[in-house]
Design a protein around this ligand. Structure first.
Ligand SMILES: *[C@@H]1O[C@H](CO)[C@@H](O)[C@H](O)[C@H]1NC(C)=O
Ligand SMILES: *[C@@H]1O[C@H](CO)[C@@H](O)[C@H](O)[C@H]1NC(C)=O
Ligand SMILES: *[C@@H]1O[C@H](CO)[C@@H](O)[C@H](O)[C@H]1NC(C)=O
Ligand SMILES: *[C@@H]1O[C@H](CO)[C@@H](O)[C@H](O)[C@H]1NC(C)=O
Length: 376
């Protein structure tokens, strides 16, 4: 009797202490927790209950003459014949900065090697790099001209290449596509630290194209994302720039694909929208919203996340973000013939499902492909 009583008291004491601990942690973190939770609740209700974003479109529409100020930059480097006379399956724009020559070279000799893609996959893919200008003092422009003479794939306009000018770079891509490569069946835009599994992507796009799909826009979709109002954030957006509670749905800028008809519609939208919102993938969402196109999720587009290294992942992956030093190794491993051999057949598939469950289905592991990717 006595022993039991003591045990209960001990138990209560532990409970009390835990409660105190939790409460104090909550109190310390309350402000940021609060901001975060409240802004998400608000933005979700805005996205799902309230609104179809028509007033965003209305209030960002400006006269064409004024919208031109976001696109009428002079081309410093251009390749107007890049797509001429060819049946281009995919035009792939890599968003890059002037100083990232190593990344561009790595892409040219791995997943972005057009010759390899033509010989090994029988597809015409054009890979070009979108840039603005380096700061004059950096003396980089001469090096870019030289690089372009060797590789013939830089598309550069006369605006300062900076994080807050990324929307100008987005507009460059859609305008260049409209003027120079409008017949490409798909347009992709990607970061320069992304890995694209080109064989998987080509076979997927061939299939989509064969089915005559239109209104096609795939990637990692952000739904009901709230604007970030904290000044410390890289993605801070002031109220004057965007006054609503939630962004229209958009795909993570790390890498997404649109079909030719969507590329054309988005181009049309850029002719009448105020592009001063400097987050390029959000601006893409605003354009698409204005022309009635919505994004679809593809579970093997990673968004900001980095995929686990494993052949069972390589068998299905489309994109993975955050690859620089490892890009050669990853390209070799991911395109090795053994990948297909080892992951096919009943045994191979069962094995891969188990492996992918162990890699992707963990609590607190949101960053790359979702758990359900293990079963598809
Ligand atoms: C691209 O691939 C071709 C054929 O596979 C190869 O000859 C060429 O060296 C590669 N280019 C680069 C830049 O690695
Ligand atoms: C964007 O580019 C324009 C044109 O070069 C430049 O005047 C402006 O300062 C740049 N904006 C930012 C935020 O870098
Ligand atoms: C575009 O929006 C910005 C605010 O983000 C505003 O300062 C600017 O005046 C607008 N431009 C036009 C042409 O309305
Ligand atoms: C957005 O605004 C443009 C120009 O005012 C209009 O043509 C278009 O239909 C609008 N889109 C939507 C979805 O309301």
């Amino acid at each position: 009797m006595f022993v039991n009583f003591r045990r209960i008291r001990k138990c209560q004491c532990v409970q009390l202490m835990t409660t105190c601990l939790v409460l104090s942690v909550v109190m310390v973190c309350w402000e940021s927790l609060d901001n975060n939770v409240v802004s998400h609740i608000k933005s979700y209700s805005y996205r799902y209950l309230d609104n179809h974003f028509t007033d965003i479109n209305r209030s960002l529409t400006i006269p064409r003459g004024q919208a031109r100020s976001f696109s009428n930059f002079r081309y410093l480097l251009d390749h107007s014949e890049k797509c001429a006379g060819q049946d281009v399956l995919l035009l792939l724009f890599v968003k890059t900065s002037p100083e990232n020559i190593e990344r561009r070279n790595a892409i040219r000799s791995t997943w972005g090697n057009e010759t390899y893609i033509r010989n090994a996959l029988g597809a015409t893919v054009k890979v070009v790099f979108a840039l603005g200008t380096p700061p004059a003092a950096a003396g980089l422009q001469q090096r870019l001209v030289h690089e372009d003479r060797l590789s013939g794939d830089l598309i550069q306009q006369d605006f300062l290449d900076s994080f807050h000018n990324l929307t100008l770079k987005l507009i460059l891509q859609f305008h260049w596509t409209h003027n120079r490569c409008a017949h490409a069946r798909f347009l992709m835009t990607a970061d320069d630290d992304i890995f694209v599994h080109m064989p998987n992507l080509v076979s997927y796009l061939r299939d989509v194209s064969g089915r005559g799909v239109t209104d096609f826009w795939v990637g990692r979709v952000h739904r009901g994302a709230p604007p970030i109002r904290s000044r410390d954030s890289k993605y801070y957006v002031p109220f004057e720039m965007y006054q609503w509670l939630s962004y229209p749905d958009y795909t993570a800028g790390a890498g997404y694909v649109v079909s030719r008809d969507v590329a054309d519609k988005v181009y049309q939208a850029t002719l009448t929208l105020n592009a001063s919102l400097y987050i390029d993938d959000v601006f893409m969402g605003i354009c698409a919203n204005a022309v009635g196109v919505s994004p679809q999720e593809h579970i093997y587009f990673s968004g900001e996340g980095k995929a686990p290294y494993h052949k069972c992942i390589y068998d299905r992956m489309m994109t993975s973000h955050g690859h620089v030093e490892d890009i050669h190794d990853l390209w070799r491993a991911a395109t090795h013939p053994r990948v297909k051999q080892d992951t096919s057949g009943l045994i191979g598939r069962l094995h891969c499902t188990a492996v992918k469950v162990s890699l992707l289905c963990k609590p607190y592991y949101f960053n790359t492909y979702p758990c359900k990717a293990a079963f598809l």
